[in-house]
Design a protein. Structure first.
Length: 69
């Protein structure tokens, strides 16, 4: 019974799981790194889409100028 109470007392200390050292903390760090990488990838995709849109506009303008000649 004393073992159960000591374990229960340790569990009720109110420690934040993300602040503990160990595998849980490594998982949080890994998740944060993955999130940062995902944001970086989204920025890259957005830049590529903007570049493609500019190229399409340039292409249509060049076609219009070529058709007028």
């Amino acid at each position: 019974m004393s073992t159960y109470q000591s374990q229960l007392g340790g569990a009720q200390t109110g420690q934040n799981p993300s602040m503990r050292q160990g595998p849980g903390n490594a998982m949080v760090a890994s998740a944060q790194a993955g999130s940062a990488e995902a944001v970086e990838f989204q920025m890259w995709v957005s830049q590529q889409a903007t570049s493609l849109a500019k190229l399409k506009i340039f292409s249509s303008m060049a076609k219009n100028v070529n058709d007028q000649q």
